[in-house]
Design a protein around this ligand. Structure first.
Ligand code: BES
Ligand code: ZN
Length: 619
């Protein structure tokens, strides 16, 4: 044991001393972050050396996390975040120390307290994760597409990195890392770092992330995966059975990166690859640097859902490069990213296409605001929100995404696109690898774009957007040309025109979504049947359309869709699809149906989705 211990520490010393002196970029922040119990604001925590082995049989990772620190304010302890971690021992510069755990704090986990000296440099923590770690989904071979090998992946945002690494877990704390990960020999490991493109015979993989990142961007995926290049800096990893399909769907991603660079400056992360996860993944995508994690449910065969990749790619500027200082400022990550995503999509397609996305987003926003109104919870409809004492996930609403993006769209419309783009490019450059609060952003906006222009200030009305409820009066609305045609066809259908006589041949996914969303709910059974007979919605390969159709089916008690719907629910773990669909069952007196399906499906969902749905269905 001792040999292994000292090896780990020595490896870290060597790596540290061999690497070039680190530029001091945004390694510390002094903004109060209520979601970390670490004291990284009074110690510089600069680098992590992670050395772990993945144990599929007992569902944990075990090994050593060594932190490089500079105790420049001479504090007595290094304090890190942990969540149900088991720590065996800790060495500070090679000497064993007596560490302690703080009590469990709701939502936050436990504080790991490690005594250090003024000149302490290396803190090596020997630990193991818990099988129930919130970030990790351990999947049986049966739960993967090829059904031959197990799969593991992590989802660290917002505050779950602490469930698999002892870490200073706040978005304002950045560090570089390198890692050595040992996995069963027939699997490959991938991280948010430089990645292997092929399996090797040893099952041991090495990673390096030389750009400082916050803990929520720590990511690991392990499985039977193959790689295929898109161009010389982009590529796809997927289940061998799915690789061709995924590669075809993402063929435009190489160009997408180039276009993004033309818009807002260089892509600073080296490679841009995509890892297609099993369908249990609770999200659409996650912007892990160098390696976006994506749900397979965006692979529809016609590239109509790749705007999700535009979103995750855009995070490499808004979020990964310029990071929200606390989770209360989450809209700075997501609102900017949705704005950037739509601009990128417009560039890749045309304005009429982007306008459809803006309009669908607006509808989502209206719906969210209405729900908040009904729940008397309008405070959460401000861009800047208060998440103290709450799970940061509660900020994951259309407010941050759609209201945030709309605010930027308003600014664009008011100052003109050229000025807006120059401003954003400068914003990304000047804040690169730093964190930013809402207040800092507003000051920056006033200083660099509004520049004392009273009329402009009034037109934009920052206060109403950032600290006020709902959708402000000056919110811009997208051009509805394509959707007006959809509205006309929907009217015809409702007035008795048969589906085959509607003009829908050139419709994309988004026209269909608008068509379906605005149908009466519940829709009469014969109308449901007529649509299904004509367009096969029940067996749609397009997850967005299928999900919406199943919600309509539940509302209308349209039983022919139930068997495929159940299949969808058992296989797909994406929370955005599950929550509204199960909710529809709960709200239309089909609680039993929800419970029965959930019982079967639950083992396939990620712990975070399980938590959300337990609350909804099992209460
Ligand atoms: N960073 C988010 C995912 C996230 C946010 C996870 C907060 C946990 C806490 C990611 O970029 C995202 O927004 N994903 C969306 C897709 C998107 C196109 C809106 C999703 O998963 O639905
Ligand atoms: Zn996002």
């Amino acid at each position: 044991m001792l040999n292994k211990l000292s090896l780990c520490a020595i490896a870290s010393v060597l790596l540290w001393s061999c690497s070039e002196p680190k530029e001091e970029v945004g390694v510390h922040t002094f903004v109060k972050d209520d979601h970390t119990q670490s004291n990284a604001d009074s110690i510089d925590i600069t680098h992590l050396n992670l050395d772990v082995k993945v144990n599929f049989d007992d569902r944990y990772i075990q090994g050593c996390a060594t932190w490089d620190i500079d105790n420049k304010y001479n504090v007595s302890h290094l304090k890190l975040d942990g969540y149900k971690l088991t720590v065996d021992s800790i060495l500070v510069d090679g000497n064993k120390v007596d560490f302690a755990w703080g009590a469990t704090v709701e939502h936050l986990g436990e504080q790991l307290q490690i005594p250090i000296e003024e000149n302490s440099k290396l803190v090596a923590i020997y630990y193991k994760s818990d099988p129930s770690a919130q970030a990790m989904q351990w999947m049986t071979p049966q739960q993967t597409l090829s059904k031959k090998h197990p799969f593991l992946y992590t989802q660290s945002e917002a505050i779950y990195a602490r469930s698999w690494i002892p870490v200073p877990d706040g978005p304002g704390i950045r560090f570089t890392y390198n890692a050595r990960v040992e996995v069963p020999k027939d699997l490959i490991a991938l991280m948010s770092a430089t990645n292997p493109q092929q399996k090797n015979d040893s099952g041991i993989y090495h990673f390096e992330m030389d750009v400082p990142i916050p803990a929520y961007l720590m990511a690991l995926g392990v499985g039977d995966l193959e790689f295929k290049a898109i161009d010389d800096r982009t590529g796809v990893y997927a289940d061998p059975m799915f690789l061709e399909k995924a590669h075809n769907e993402f063929a435009e991603v190489g160009d997408m990166v180039k276009i993004a660079e033309e818009m807002y400056g260089p892509y600073r992360w080296g490679r841009y690859d995509i890892l297609v996860l099993p369908s249990g993944f609770p999200l659409g995508g996650m912007e892990n640097p160098k390696l976006t994690f994506a749900t397979p449910t965006i692979i529809s065969g016609d590239r109509s859902l790749v705007n999700l990749i535009a979103h995750e790619l855009a995070h490499n500027w808004s979020g990964n490069l310029v990071t929200n200082a606390t989770w209360n400022d989450f809209w700075l990550n997501e609102g900017f990213t949705v704005y950037f995503e739509r601009r990128l999509t417009e560039q890749m397609t045309d304005k009429s296409y982007a306008d459809m996305l803006w309009e669908l987003g607006y509808q989502d926003l209206e719906h969210t605001v209405q729900e908040m109104q009904e729940e008397d919870n309008m405070k959460d409809s401000h861009l800047k929100i208060e998440l103290k004492g709450r799970e940061p996930d509660e900020g994951l609403t259309d407010i941050a995404y759609e209201k945030g993006a709309l605010f930027l769209k308003l600014i664009e419309n008011t100052v003109g696109r050229e000025k807006m783009d120059a401003f954003l490019t400068q914003y990304f450059n000047e804040h690169a690898f730093k964190t930013i609060t809402t207040e800092e952003f507003i000051a920056y906006l006033r200083e660099n774009l509004i520049e004392g222009d009273k009329e402009l200030e009034e037109k934009i009305n920052i206060d109403a957007w950032v600290y006020g409820p709902g959708i402000p009066d000056n919110a811009p609305r997208a051009d509805m040309e394509r959707f007006e045609r959809v509205n006309a066809e929907r009217e015809k259908f409702l007035n008795g025109t048969a589906p085959k006589d509607l003009t829908t041949a050139d419709w994309t996914t988004h026209e269909w979504l608008h068509f379906l969303r605005k149908l009466p709910k519940p829709l009469a059974y014969d109308k449901m049947k007529a649509l299904d007979d004509a367009y096969d919605f029940s067996i749609s390969n397009n997850s967005e359309i299928a999900d919406l159709w199943y919600i309509m089916a539940v509302a209308a008690d349209y039983k022919p869709a139930y068997r495929v719907m159940e299949n969808f629910l058992v296989n797909v773990g994406r929370r955005k699809f599950l929550t509204p669909l199960y909710s529809e069952m709960m709200e239309t007196g089909k609680e039993e149906m929800a419970k029965l399906i959930y019982e079967r499906a639950r083992p396939n969902y990620h712990p975070l989705a399980q938590r959300t749905l337990d609350e909804l269905i099992l209460k």
